[in-house]
Design a protein around this ligand. Structure first.
Ligand code: SF4
Ligand code: SF4
Length: 447
């Protein structure tokens, strides 16, 4: 079976992002570059590093196969230069396998792991506004996705488990490998439980993750894209800033925006050459100028949060305004036309990168950076609730019924055509419920 078909059968989606189906990304004949995003975009996160240390040979082997399949002229793994042991493991694997894969060392800045930053750093090319890396001859994939592809190609293993890291106010921050569909509650228990009573949880990285309340821990589950859980006090600044309403921010902008343009000057998308000027958007919104051409620039925002958490001296949040505008444009089917103009990076880009350490300190996360556990703890579950939509595109259609016995790895949801990905059972058991998720209980549970 062709490698792309194997990726499709295994239900692989981008493990580090929104869950774009990977078989579609690799359905191309020829690219200039195949790039691996190993830069762990968000502060605190650990999984890419863990996989690069533990699975270096597997990563290099599958990169060679993928590189041949899409006729990539060059293959690079981009990661931070400070990841010394990961670089050593990868360099050893490259040497042992006599591979053409190259290591590209990046600085320790945020958001080094934004794929458009990686494309620019490695190739010097700027992805067009509203475009994708393929527009400039590049495919970017992440480390977790590659490991999933290796397992699908090597042993026909579909995506049934996920590695994630648990941080913050827990007894023992750690990495876990858990069946898809495991509740967050059990994941946090594995880290010894929360050490405080009043807390909320950031799902993903501190900058771009979504905030959930502890009451939902029993029903929120690990999916193919979950990367981390961070337990923080409910009065932490990162929780407060996510709860601001757009009305509140517009009022802040009206009274406090001094049009210093720091949000624009430090915006990483602006700095690679995109016409995204958050200070102009804020002026438009607060002064009711209603210039739709300026407002549309919000669609170019990658929601990295530098403007609100690092750049703005008045603690205003252009990011949340951009998200609000993007939702309105999406609802009204308004798109940003992909640009064809020549894009040039700002000459000051190199000097305006935000150092990760300073950012971590600024967002009050320094006390959570200690992460001594280097190996993953493997979790098992008697019951899982597996969402039928863990990807961009249509939800998978269930192909099992209540009462069916399923094996671990068996297809339980299918997407026959269009954008989407198959869903597989992550444990052996009996199907006890089907809705937006398929609930499976192990035969031995609750006897
Ligand atoms: S950085 Fe803050 S104060 Fe300055 S222009 Fe942007 S939103 Fe206004
Ligand atoms: S969140 Fe702010 S800094 Fe980041 S891309 Fe959007 S406008 Fe630029």
């Amino acid at each position: 079976m062709d490698i792309v078909q194997k990726i499709r059968e295994a239900g692989i989606v981008g493990a580090g992002g929104a869950g774009f189906p990977t078989h579609i990304k690799f359905s191309v004949d020829k690219v200039d570059y195949l790039l691996v995003n190993g830069a762990e975009c968000e502060p605190l996160l650990q999984i890419d590093k863990y996989l690069m240390r533990e699975k270096a040979s597997e990563i290099i082997k599958i990169l060679e196969q993928l590189g041949d399949r899409i006729q990539a002229k060059e293959i690079h793994i981009a990661l931070k230069g400070k990841y010394k042991s990961e670089i050593t493991e990868l360099e050893n694997a490259i040497k042992n396998l006599n591979s053409r894969v190259k290591i590209f060392k990046m600085g320790t800045y945020y958001p080094a792991g934004d794929e458009q930053q990686i494309v620019f750093e490695v190739t010097g090319r700027t992805v067009p506004e509203a475009g994708i890396p393929l527009d400039v001859g590049v495919i970017v994939t992440n480390v977790g996705t590659l490991v999933n592809i290796y397992e699908a190609v090597d042993s026909d293993k579909p995506v049934v488990d996920k590695c994630l890291s648990i941080h913050g106010e827990v007894k023992k921050p750690l990495i876990i490998k858990t069946p898809i569909g495991m509740t967050f509650e059990k994941c946090i228990e594995a880290a010894g439980g929360a050490t405080i009573d009043n807390y909320k949880i950031i799902v993903g990285g501190p900058m771009m993750g979504k905030v959930i309340v502890k009451e939902s821990l029993k029903k929120e589950v690990v999916t193919k894209t979950t990367g981390a859980l961070i337990v923080v006090p409910e009065d932490h600044y990162m929780i407060y800033r996510n709860g601001k309403t757009v009305k509140h921010i517009v009022n802040e902008a009206k009274s406090a925006c001094i049009q210093c343009r720091m949000c624009t000057d430090l915006c990483p998308r602006y700095l690679i050459g995109h016409k995204l000027r958050p200070h102009r958007i804020m002026r438009n919104v607060s002064m009711l100028e209603n210039d739709s051409e300026i407002l549309k620039e919000a669609m170019l925002c990658c929601e990295c949060g530098i403007c609100e958490l690092f750049a703005c001296p008045m603690q205003i949040s252009p990011r949340l305004v951009n998200i609000h505008l993007k939702n309105i444009f999406r609802k009204n089917n308004v798109r940003f036309e992909k640009s064809t103009r020549e894009l040039a990076a700002d000459s000051m880009r190199e000097y305006r990168k935000v150092p990760t350490d300073r950012l971590i300190s600024r967002i009050g996360m320094s006390k959570y950076t200690d992460f001594s556990e280097k190996k993953a703890v493997v979790l098992e579950s008697d019951e899982v609730s597996i969402p039928l939509k863990q990807h961009i595109g249509a939800p998978a259609k269930p192909v099992v019924s209540v009462g069916d016995h399923v094996e671990c790895g068996q297809v339980i949801g299918e997407v026959k055509e269009g954008l989407g990905a198959n869903i597989h059972s992550s444990i052996e058991g009996i199907v006890i419920g089907i809705g937006d998720s398929v609930i499976i209980k192990n035969k031995g549970a609750n006897k």
